[in-house]
Structures are given as C-alpha cells and as structure tokens.
Write a protein that binds this ligand. Structure first.
Ligand SMILES: Nc1ncnc2c1ncn2[C@@H]1O[C@H](COP(=O)(O)OP(=O)(O)O)[C@@H](O)[C@H]1O
Ligand SMILES: [Mg+2]
Length: 391
C-alpha cells in the first residue's frame, strides 16, 4: 500500500491527528455535542454515537433537533412528542426531540415571578416572534435542555445534536447573545420607571433609539413597538435566572468530560467551516474531541489493487470495445480511476483544511449506499466512528 492513490486509508494519514477513532469518546465522555454546518450528518452522527454508547452499557440519551421522518420513526419519536422515549430495539438508549418553542415557554414559566406575568409574556406578540425567530434561539434552547438532562442524573452519556444553522458558531454565542440582549443598556433605558407602553412610541423617535432599534432588529426581523415595551416590562426580574443558567450550561460544556465532535462533509466549504470551528472551540477553552469527515468516497482499492492509475488507463484503452465483456471491464476500470480521482481531491481538501491543526481525532465515515435511517444503518456508521470497521 505505497501508492498515494491506493485508497483512503493510506492518503488520510497526511493530516496529523492523534487518533483515528472516537472509541474512547463514546466509552467515557458524559456530554457529546455534534456540531458542524447544515446537512453534513450531525443528526446521523449523534444518533450513531448514542447507539454505540448504549451498546457499551452506558445509560444514554440522544437529543435530536431535526431528524428526518424515517430516522425519527426508527428512534421511536413522533413530531408531537418532546419527552424522552426508549429507542425500540436498543437497550439503555432514550431519544428525545427538541421543540424550541415549548422549551422557551418552560423557561419563562420557571423564571417568571408570577403566573400572571407568565401569561403576559406567553401571550405577547413580540415574545412569540422572538421565541420563534431569535437568531441563536434554537442553540440556546438545545443548551437549556442539555442542562436539564444533566441535572436529572439519569444518564451516563448525553449526546446532543445541534440545529441546522448556517453558522455553526451561533451555537456557542447563543447564550451570551441572549443575555446580552436581555440585559443590555438599551433595555435598561426602556425599563426605567415611567416608561409605560403608551409613551413608548413617543420615546422611540427620540435620541438613542436608533441604537436600540438596530440592536432589536439584529435579533428579530420585525418589531412591534407596543409589544416590545410591554415585553420588556414583563420580563423584568427574569434576567438573572437566564444569565445564571447560560453560565451553568457554558461551564458544563467546558468540563473535560464533555466533548465537541465537529462533523463535516469532504467538500472544501464545509471543511473550512469545520477548521474555523476547531479554532473557535480552542479559543473558548471547549473540549474538542475531534472531527468526523462524513460521506467520504472510498477508492475501490481492494479490487483494483495498488496498480498505478496510468497502468489502469493503459489497460482500459487496450481492451476491445467490440467484445461485450471487455467493454464492460473498460467501463469498470474507468469508474475505478474516477473514484481514485475523487478520493484524491477529497483527501487534498481535508489536508488543506486541517493542515497544522492536529485535531485530537480525525475520523472518516464512508458514503453509505443509501440514506441512513434505521438502527442497522446507524450501527454501520458507529462502527466506522469507533474504528471497528477498517477503512
Ligand atoms: N455516511 C453517510 N452515507 C450516506 N448518507 C448519509 C451519511 N450520513 C448521513 N447521511 C444522510 O444524509 C442526510 C443528512 O444527514 P443529517 O444527519 O440529517 O445531517 P444534518 O443533521 O447535519 O443536517 C440524511 O438523509 C442521512 O441519512
Ligand atoms: Mg440535523
């Protein structure tokens, strides 16, 4: 296996990584966060890691955000259900689907100072908009739920999927952004005594409002002024609770028995985002477990052996196109050559993205024949994640 084009296993040695398996992560870490750009396989990876942790006898829960319908079914989840449910056919594994709106409402119920105030907030149009559309809300809610699950003490291992955000960094920023927003100076200004909802509109055209409106519209698309004023008034007294929990979650994530798994596709944009995220995690002092490059193409090395590509090309050219078998052989050789080229490009992209970074672990998971939506498919992914299947 000395030919650089000979197969993924050989070429992937180029990127320095301390390990090629997440085996010790599923065996020991308490919180595992799967993150990365949208559509790369976060939900799939989270479910596969959870199945593997449960297989090792750890009481495990996977908190999924947006499972495809068939995967949700395989995990025993329905859309309307937001409580932990046992996964059919997998001992020791619960699954749970996160409903953002419901989780946000629960937080309001927990922190608000009176039932009357709870209702005022929940009925508030601005709140309804904010809780549905606040940039980073999903991330924040995922973290809240993680904190709750940890507090129950029922699980050895909590695997958490993250929402399909365009910017994976929202995930770390969300708690801070939310508390900054809720306790910002502009906010205090509007909470000061004597600013009733009725007078808000007058005040809103005054000095300093530009800044406020800019800040508010960064968070949500549309702002209804009266609602906004009322909203802030009814939220008074809740900020401390929000802030404390956001900090507690942040500290939970920073613990050495937590683990961030950055999932990527083998395409350059996704890989670049993954490498950026690795740097960001390091800067925040977060425990990075490593990178999963999902859906890599595997060269048919086992079948065509280590023969140099040039020789394969010659062999294909020498075959007789008028003979059915030889023509078919030529087509297969060309497919093998093309697959090698794809493998080479993907490995170069991985090399370029992580050069000099030395992620603690770098694991490649091959492209499966079809969608991964059942327990067997997830076990197949898990085997690759833990190195149980040689590349
Ligand atoms: N290794 C793989 N091979 C083939 N299909 C995969 C693989 N990993 C994930 N998929 C499929 O890709 C789609 C997106 O995966 P998903 O985990 O939902 O991504 P994300 O959560 O990052 O948006 C799903 O249909 C899933 O079944
Ligand atoms: Mg997902």
């Amino acid at each position: 296996m000395s030919d650089a084009n000979g197969g993924g296993a050989v070429v992937s040695g180029l990127v320095q990584a301390r390990s090629r398996s997440l085996d010790d992560v599923v065996a020991r870490r308490h919180v595992i966060v799967c993150t990365g750009a949208g559509g790369v396989g976060k939900t799939t990876t989270a479910a596969a890691l959870a199945i593997e942790a449960a297989r090792r006898g750890r009481r495990t829960i996977v908190l999924t955000i947006d499972p495809a319908r068939r995967l949700a079914q395989s995990l025993g989840l329905s859309r309307l259900d937001t409580a932990p449910r046992p996964v059919p056919g997998v001992d020791g594994l619960d699954a749970m689907m996160l409903d953002m709106k419901r989780t946000f409402d629960e937080i309001v119920e927990r922190h608000a100072t009176s039932p009357d105030r709870v209702q005022r907030i929940l009925d508030n149009r601005f709140y309804q908009q904010l809780s549905a559309s606040l940039a980073g809300t999903q991330e924040y809610m995922a973290m809240e739920k993680l904190y709750d699950l940890d507090q129950t003490g029922r699980y050895d291992c909590i695997v958490i999927d993250t929402p399909p955000t365009r910017n994976a960094l929202d995930f770390l920023d969300a708690p801070k952004r939310l508390t900054d927003f809720l306790e910002g100076r502009f906010l205090k200004m509007f909470l000061s005594p004597g600013i009733a909802a009725g007078r808000f509109a007058t005040r809103a055209v005054g000095v300093g409002t530009g800044l406020f409106m800019r800040a508010a519209s960064r968070v949500t698309g549309a702002v209804v002024l009266d609602d906004l004023a009322e909203f802030f008034q009814s939220f008074e007294g809740m900020y401390e609770g929000f802030k404390q929990r956001a900090q507690a979650v942040y500290h939970l994530l920073q613990r050495p028995d937590s683990a961030f798994v950055v999932v990527s596709s083998p395409e350059p944009p996704s890989l670049r985002e993954a490498s950026y995220f690795l740097r960001r995690l390091a800067r925040d002092g977060m425990p990075t477990a490593g990178v999963v490059v999902n859906r890599v193409t595997v060269a048919p090395g086992g079948h065509v052996g280590a023969a140099p590509t040039a020789e394969l090309m010659e062999a294909a050219a020498a075959l007789n196109p008028d003979d059915d078998i030889e023509r078919a052989t030529a087509v297969l050789l060309e497919l093998a050559i093309e697959a090698r080229a794809i493998v080479g490009r993907q490995q170069q992209a991985i090399e370029a993205a992580f050069h000099g970074l030395t992620p603690p672990r770098l694991v490649e998971v091959p492209l499966a024949g079809g969608d991964v939506h059942d327990v067997d498919g997830l076990r197949w992914i898990a085997d690759h994640l833990t190195g149980a299947t040689a590349a």
